[in-house]
Design a protein around this ligand. Sequence first.
Ligand SMILES: Nc1ncnc2c1ncn2[C@@H]1O[C@H](COP(=O)(O)OP(=O)(O)O)[C@@H](O)[C@H]1O
Ligand SMILES: [Mg+2]
Length: 454
Amino acid sequence: PRGSLECLAVPAPDLEIYDLADEASRCSAAVWHLVDSGMKAIAGGAHRLRSGFQWQRGMRFRSLGTQVVNVASSEDIAAFAAMRPHPRSVEYLTTTVDPRQIAEFLHLEMPIRYAERIRALEQVPRWQAIPDLVDVHDIHVKSFKSFRVSELDDFAEVTHQALLREQTVVEKLAKSVHHLRDDAGDGITDDSVCRNLHHRFARTEFGCIGSLDNETALRSQFLDDFLLNRIGCQVLLGHYLACRAGQRNGIIDTRCDTRRVCRAAAEAVLDMCWECTGRRPSVFVNAHSACGGKGTDDGQVPRFPYMPHVLKYIVSELLKNSCRATTDMLSAHDLQADDFPINVVICADEDHVTICVADQAGGIPREANPWSYLYTTAEDGAYGGTKKLAGHGVGLPLSRLYARYLHGSLDLVSLPGYGTHAYVNLPRVESQQVEVVPDADYEYDYANLLDFTV
Ligand SMILES: Nc1ncnc2c1ncn2[C@@H]1O[C@H](COP(=O)(O)OP(=O)(O)O)[C@@H](O)[C@H]1O
Ligand SMILES: [Mg+2]
């Protein structure tokens, strides 16, 4: 294989063995599989090999065959989807702030993660018949291609374009699940699809697949995996751009002030609530730390390395739900806001930060599944024409994914007739804050995800 090859495709039985140092330097655009004592790893062009890859002299490797494939063709996407992603930790993010170094890693990593998403989407039965899914697919293929052909010098521009292109993705996906529901027929409960996904449900809340209808599980699992993968890409690309813009720790605030973030979220949500409903519930934010000012905490205020905008997103979604339920109740029964306050309690020990958002708005009906991407009791057009306060039904499942992204959790406890408590639990030790990146080829140990039960 020489420089004219854009990519080498998936293994032929007659694998050839090359000397990496020799060949890689000549085949800058080739994709290689390194095979070393059963460990699968991948390497991109020669410059990527030099930078991101820990390759050892004498390591044997094989070409992926000799068939030439076009960039972003289905073979190319399949080859990348078969590769294993490389989850990063908060420790990595805070110590890797040189934009060029990050770009070198992302240049190799983004095609792997995008290909995984494209493949997941193509596994949705009859996706081609749903215009929103076709759009999402096209958007991803475009971004995949742009990352594949990008050079380090134009990487920032490619990143900007990809983020812009993908702004509408969550909304399109939310709409397409409604489409899938309306359209559910034989295809979606297809035995082969369900068998294929069965082992994955076993580790989720859909453990008893027999008791839950397959299509609901299928949709939710697809969206969970797809969106969790997307969150990882957005964080890494955002980190790269932030570092490039000169932000000291990129996207991470190494001493994220949880109380300040929660108060800012509360103010923004209360303004929104006033705008949409003409009412303003009472919200109190209090912080406590079992570490009592030791370590990184300021007195009672827990501080930990985290992405403030992610924390603000999660807390805002929970507060939006509590404010909406509270204002509905106040209006329906002509009650006073002061008598039904919403309490945000932040607490922490050495290992975790926990945030509880507690309202007194009557709770969630037992038979409802608020984690479903389809479940919303907000009517179209209510709570602000732009569905600001509520309406898409994705606030809770998406917030839970953000919490899970760095091995945290989000749980709800409904107290029927009284109210709802939401608990966000986030690891605060950098070495435990590692990305969760779903990969269909790789058994992710869901059992090891934090399971926080109150
Ligand atoms: N604190 C709460 N009190 C009562 N109902 C809630 C609460 N939080 C969530 N819900 C219910 O769960 C549904 C889904 O919430 P969410 O995923 O945030 O979507 P959305 O807010 O767009 O409807 C809400 O429509 C509401 O019926
Ligand atoms: Mg909501």
